[in-house]
Design a protein around this ligand. Structure first.
Ligand code: SAH
Ligand code: SF4
Ligand code: F3S
Length: 475
């Protein structure tokens, strides 16, 4: 029997939540005195795309309860912060935002305030919310998100604060309606949690053990997205390359990509994040041969020093990473690469940091997500001696950014004079009269054109480049 089958939340449990959601509708209208219109919810998501995808489901559940949505806290009847714990500044930002709600709750006592997501899976955060933020009504972790209707129900019934931070139950909740942003881009989670325990990272503690969705579920949702007109679909997981562990024999990420690539339609498939330790040659071959899978790989290296990579528990070294990059460039000649880098891991020396710089020069990423190490409670790296000052790390960080700016521009210049295929995404975002879109290789392109082109594939002749973007005109 496939192991994962019993890990899905039962259909009955999901249906019960649907029933509760619908039964809450009249009660909520009464509470907020909105008899003739829907009450308003504000869902504010922090953190990564996984969280964004969770936020879309939370919105879907709130819509079942009869909520419409707003971005304004002053107008909202319910405010939900979907939080991130990845670095200290992420948490500080959330606490700042929660603090700002005190006044609002004072003038609007019916306001419902909820906190969910990764921060709430940490006991010290729950303690702080209990003690210092009494106006927060309900707190729940991502494992309990599908129970939002019953959490709100018990808050309304009992008038007591609700804390539902269940330990990881290893379950996948299927059949929750996601309320996605309109447009061309859609996020599609294929797995949850993480088993890698990189020594600096809080994700395995707050997201629990890795579990994959069944391929039929993914395929079904994927087809719905294509039907609904989404043209740029990103498959999400903390380590998509290990997709399928615990499912039927033969279910792996390469096979999943092949199945999705075979779906009819004019769309692109992206994925993130691809962990170098599990990125096989077979996977690269699959990306090369699947024409709808984009020729861009986000392959976070974190550091160019093999000693630091060992300390980080990444399970690859500089050489094997570079070998992988060489193989990808050989099989997919126009592949572009992006990466995540951590500067100032505990004990990193300036010489080791320079190995990261030399790796950047060798790999030539088109862009990077860069972070200064932030100690996370409970992780191994947080207890390591960390002698380099924050100031010094700041200097290294700026050195890294300056180098990447040069490398990024150097990667983009050869496009001048070329015509590229672009999926136009937004009109007016990059400036009056300008469309913004991306190439298959994930380069941002800005060009003048009418709003009617948003959502379409167009050809653009590149005239010049700036930091982050190619500039051109419709060809
Ligand atoms: N699963 C992905 C990463 C998800 S977290 C992967 O393994 O590649 C996104 C990025 O945040 C990480 O790649 C890392 O660069 C950064 N990060 C994670 N924990 C951090 C910490 N404690 N301090 C600084 N950066 C961190
Ligand atoms: Fe964190 Fe490592 Fe898991 Fe990525 S693979 S989420 S960095 S523990
Ligand atoms: Fe943050 Fe949780 Fe994502 S910690 S980065 S929101 S998995």
């Amino acid at each position: 029997m496939p192991i994962n089958v019993h890990r899905e939340v039962s259909v009955d449990a999901i249906e019960e939540q649907n029933r509760i959601a619908e039964s809450l509708w009249p009660r909520l209208r009464e509470r907020f005195h909105t008899q003739n219109k829907n009450p308003l919810a504000m869902v504010h998501t922090f953190g990564c795309q996984q969280n964004v995808a969770d936020g879309e489901k939370l919105k879907g559940i709130l819509a079942q309860m009869g909520f419409s949505f707003t971005d304004s806290p002053e107008q909202a009847d319910l405010i939900l912060f979907n939080t991130c714990a990845i670095r200290e500044n992420a948490e500080t930002k959330v606490f700042g935002n929660i603090g700002n709600l005190k006044q609002l709750k004072a003038v609007k006592p019916a306001l419902l305030i909820g906190i969910c997501g990764c921060m709430t899976e940490q006991p010290h955060v729950v303690e702080k919310l209990k003690k210092s933020y009494p106006y927060v009504g309900f707190v729940f972790g991502s494992h309990s998100a599908y129970r939002l209707p019953s959490l709100i129900q018990s808050y309304l019934d009992e008038g007591k604060r609700v804390f539902r931070v269940a330990p990881d139950d290893g379950c996948v909740a299927e059949g929750i309606p996601a309320l996605r942003e309109e447009g061309v881009k859609a996020w599609l989670p294929i797995m949850y949690g993480c088993d890698n325990f990189c020594s600096y990272c809080v994700v395995p503690y707050v997201r629990g053990r890795e579990r994959s969705r069944r391929p039929e579920r993914i395929l079904e949702e994927f087809k719905e997205l294509v039907q609904a007109g989404y043209k740029d679909i990103t498959l999400l997981g903390q380590n998509v390359n290990s997709y399928g562990k615990g499912l039927e024999e033969g279910t792996d990420f390469a096979t999943l990509l092949e199945r999705l690539n075979a779906v009819e339609g004019d769309f692109r498939i992206r994925f993130m994040t691809s962990h170098p330790k599990d990125c096989s040659h077979r996977l690269i071959d699959t990306i090369a041969k699947c024409e709808k899978v984009c020729n861009h790989i986000h392959l976070p290296v974190q550091s160019g020093s093999s000693r630091i990579l060992r300390e980080m528990n990444r399970n690859y070294d500089r050489e094997s990473y570079l070998e992988l990059v060489r193989y990808a460039r050989e099989k997919i000649p126009d592949v572009t690469l992006t990466s995540d880098i951590i500067v100032g891991f505990p004990g990193e020396t300036y010489e080791e940091f320079r190995e990261t710089l030399s790796l950047l020069e060798e790999v030539k990423y088109i862009s990077l997500y860069t972070f200064i190490f932030s100690p996370r409670l409970g992780t191994r790296a947080a207890s390591l001696p960390d002698p380099v000052s924050g100031e010094e790390k700041g200097r290294w960080f700026r050195e890294l950014l300056a180098l990447q700016d040069e490398i990024g521009l150097e990667q983009m210049r050869p496009y001048i004079g070329q015509t590229v295929r672009v999926l136009a995404e937004d009109w007016g975002k990059a400036g009056e009269g300008l469309l913004q879109g991306r190439t298959e290789s994930n380069l941002i392109v800005e060009f003048p054109g009418p709003p009617s082109l948003a959502g379409q594939f167009v050809r653009v002749k590149v005239e010049s480049v700036k930091k982050w973007a190619l500039l051109g005109n419709l060809a």
